[in-house]
Design a protein around this ligand. Structure first.
Ligand SMILES: Cc1ncc(COP(=O)(O)O)c(C=O)c1O
Length: 424
């Protein structure tokens, strides 16, 4: 078991004085792969008074949130709502509510978060098959089609943007392909929604899940999702209501009872429906945050949001390249909100990150698994997809890299990014 070296555990021993101090976190600029700085408007929305979850004004806010996310997901799906929990709660809720033990799921894996889909499916007892793309690349649709033909899955689940590798899988046509072979398509858009186009209806995606903490510029802890009518029907077929809530005319649903109470989307749908059947106690503050994030996206307009992310990303790429650094992976399929930067030989990756944090209060990301220590990840997304954030981060990186002995033309990176941002 790992240790937690928390010195104030002994009973009766008073914890050190700072334990009682008011929270006063140092300012940071969060330029990693998420979370990012939260829009001030979202923080303000989170501080408005709480209401009871069945208060008609509050259920009105829930309905408005559903309507706002229909716009963000570009869908007419009735079942567009928010799961309480971080982004993986949305992913897991869909998969556990849909898949019965033994059902086959196909996962095209092109990074760590594809492995997460595999792992969740396996825990549900599904028959999971995966295909793998080399990290730093994406799939050709023909590879996915061949795997669907071979394995005949009930569900295909994949990421749009896998933050671990910074790759963005093209998804247009995949929904139609899945349906041709009788499979449903679930997409994890945690890291891409609001940063790259994902028209759920046009692309015939049955379930899309996301989180707030990336391009939507909110805190983690809420997972907006949308379900096509087809997938919602399949899930609702398995509806088994908790004993204490059943009415006299209750008929149990078909199939195996959904293997999680908290993540049981059939019950969560009842809760979000006009019937308002009790389930969990809504995370009111996170509902306010979710609503405000979507309101920002709708007010800015999705096309303008995508363009803002793309411009910030182009500036980061131009900047690091001009500093003599290599951008990780297939540039043609890079996410427009996170950039992987190959750590130059002889430079200590974590020391650079620490210096940025300590001396400039800027956070950039490390990488997972095989890429740890080899690739930094710089995110410019949500509230931070702005020229000042990009230029400040690159300027700080130049100073730290020069101090670490990396040889390049000082100022060139910031100049290159500035040119891009000014449209030059
Ligand atoms: C693509 C992707 N999927 C899923 C997750 C998991 O999200 P969470 O940590 O909010 O559960 C992340 C988080 O970084 C992610 O980038």
């Amino acid at each position: 078991m790992p240790a937690n070296d928390n010195k104030s555990r002994s009973p009766g021993k008073r914890p050190p004085i700072e334990t009682y101090a008011e929270l006063d976190p140092e300012p940071r600029l969060l330029m990693g792969p998420g979370p990012v700085d939260v829009y001030p408007r979202v923080l303000r929305a989170m501080s408005v008074p709480l209401q009871g979850q069945f208060d008609p004004q509050f259920t009105g806010y829930m309905n408005q949130t559903m309507a706002l996310y229909r716009h963000v997901f570009r869908t007419a799906n009735e079942w567009t709502f928010v799961i309480d929990g971080s982004a993986r709660a949305g992913i897991e809720a869909c998969l556990v509510s849909l898949l019965e033990p033994g059902d086959r799921m196909l996962v095209p894996v092109f990074g760590r978060f594809g492995h997460l889909l595999v792992e969740i499916g396996q825990r549900i007892g599904a028959d999971v098959v995966s295909i793998d793309a080399d990290w730093g690349t994406v799939f050709d649709p023909a590879q996915v089609e061949a795997a669907i033909k071979q394995h005949r899955p009930k569900v295909v689940a994949t990421c749009q943007g896998d933050t671990s590798t910074t790759m963005l899988q093209p998804l247009a046509g995949l929904g139609e392909l899945c349906h041709r072979y009788g499979a449903l398509l679930q997409v994890d858009a945690t890291a891409s929604l609001g940063g790259a186009a994902l028209p759920a209806d046009d692309w015939q995606i049955d379930a899309v899940t996301t989180g707030l903490q990336k391009c939507l510029g909110g805190p983690s802890g809420a997972a907006p999702i949308t379900l096509s009518d087809a997938i919602a029907r399949r899930i609702y077929r398995r509806r088994h209501i908790e004993s204490g809530l059943r009415l006299a005319d209750y008929q149990p649903g078909a199939g195996t009872r959904i293997g999680s109470n908290y993540m049981d989307l059939a019950m969560v749908m009842d809760y979000w429906s006009d019937a308002g059947l009790n389930h969990h106690t809504e995370a009111t503050t996170m509902l306010y945050a979710s609503r405000e994030c979507a309101r920002i996206a709708v007010q800015e307009g999705l096309v303008s949001m995508f363009a803002r992310h793309a411009l910030a990303s182009q500036a980061v790429v131009a900047g690091v390249q001009r500093m003599g650094l290599q951008v990780y992976g297939d540039l043609a399929h890079k996410m427009p909100n996170v950039t992987g930067v190959v750590v130059p030989a002889g430079i200590a990756a974590d020391r650079v990150r620490l210096a940025l944090l300590k001396d400039f209060r800027i956070e950039i990301g490390t990488s997972f698994g095989p890429l740890h220590g080899k690739v930094w990840r710089i995110g410019a997304m949500g509230y931070n997809a702005r020229s000042d954030c990009v230029l400040g981060t690159l300027a700080a990186l130049e100073v730290v890299l020069a101090a670490e002995g990396h040889r390049f033309s000082r100022g060139a990176g910031v100049d290159a990014a500035y040119e891009v941002l000014k449209g030059g």
